[in-house]
Design a protein around this ligand. Structure first.
Ligand SMILES: N[C@@H](CCC(=O)N[C@@H](CS)C(=O)NCC(=O)O)C(=O)O
Length: 261
């Protein structure tokens, strides 16, 4: 199988984490797609015209897209060790949390991309509301003390890449989960997710540097005004670049200040 992916894409990372849990990281060939360039024709044929990654090619079969769909297929292709709970009731419980993944993802991306200071509080409150709801689901339905169950599983595969992306909220928005009981369970869960050895594909500095353009309201490799290189570019590598300015509403860094040229 061939996985077409974008480095640091959280949806692609979900697939990598699941393959790692399966002990089968080599089950796919990884083909890296440069998000700052137009998609090649062969890829658009595979996706029937959409541009988002990940996409997985299976020899002799129709290619499949959408991370949640790909994850389920991999879970069924490599049943051992099971990551989705086999017991239907246990799977229903973990699914209650998974049902929040899309709203949570959207609220984090909306907050980092927001350019209107009048909307900062709304973005923050919407994100906190989701954390509160996730906390309540964990308190009421999760048998585990840190993870949902006794180990890093299905809900953890799905949410961990988002917790890592949302390091950009800490850096550019000063967003932290407030202290206090209403977030204790989700805080514990998040910390356990972030520390799991199967989910170490990205680092804080990498995310903060690559997502600077998102903090200026430009996603998916789009260029902010006056700039000629996206922070999502492969070259120069993120390791050689300085940390971007934290104040997304302050003066905007140039290509040179970002170490891009
Ligand atoms: N719902 C999709 C979302 C995938 C997605 O948005 N991928 C982003 C990278 S993080 C992407 O490929 N963006 C480029 C584009 O849409 O052209 C999934 O879960 O796979």
């Amino acid at each position: 199988m061939r996985l077409h992916h974008i480095p640091v894409c959280p949806f692609c990372q979900r697939v990598e984490i699941l393959l790692s849990l399966k002990g089968a990281p080599g089950a796919v060939d990884y083909n890296v797609i440069d998000i700052t360039k137009p998609r090649p024709d062969f890829l658009l044929e595979l996706t029937k015209g959409t541009s988002a990654m990940p996409v997985i090619e299976i020899p002799g079969k129709t290619a499949v897209k959408e991370s949640m769909v790909i994850l389920r297929m991999i879970e069924d292709m490599f049943p051992e060790p099971g990551v989705v709970r086999r017991d239907p009731h246990e799977h229903a419980l973990e699914s209650l949390l998974v049902a929040k993944q899309e709203a949570f993802t959207i609220s984090g991306y909306v907050m980092v991309m927001n350019q209107d200071t009048d909307k900062t509080d709304d973005c923050r409150n919407r994100h906190l509301k989701l954390y509160r709801e996730m906390n309540d689901i964990l308190v009421n339905y999760a048998p585990g003390d840190t993870f949902f169950f006794d180990r890093f599983g299905w809900a953890e595969v799905i949410f961990t890449p988002m917790f890592q992306r949302f390091w950009f909220l800490e850096y550019y928005e000063g967003f932290e989960l407030p202290q206090g009981g209403e977030f204790d369970r989700v805080r514990r869960w998040r910390a356990a997710c972030l520390g799991d050895p199967h989910a170490q594909q990205v680092t804080f500095d990498q995310i903060v540097k690559l997502y600077y353009d998102y903090a200026l309201g430009k996603g998916n490799g789009a260029l902010p005004e006056g700039r000629s290189v996206s922070t999502f570019a492969f070259e120069p590598g993120w390791q050689t670049r300085p940390m971007p300015p934290r104040d997304k509403y302050g003066p905007r860094a140039t290509d040179a200040q970002l170490g891009l040229i």
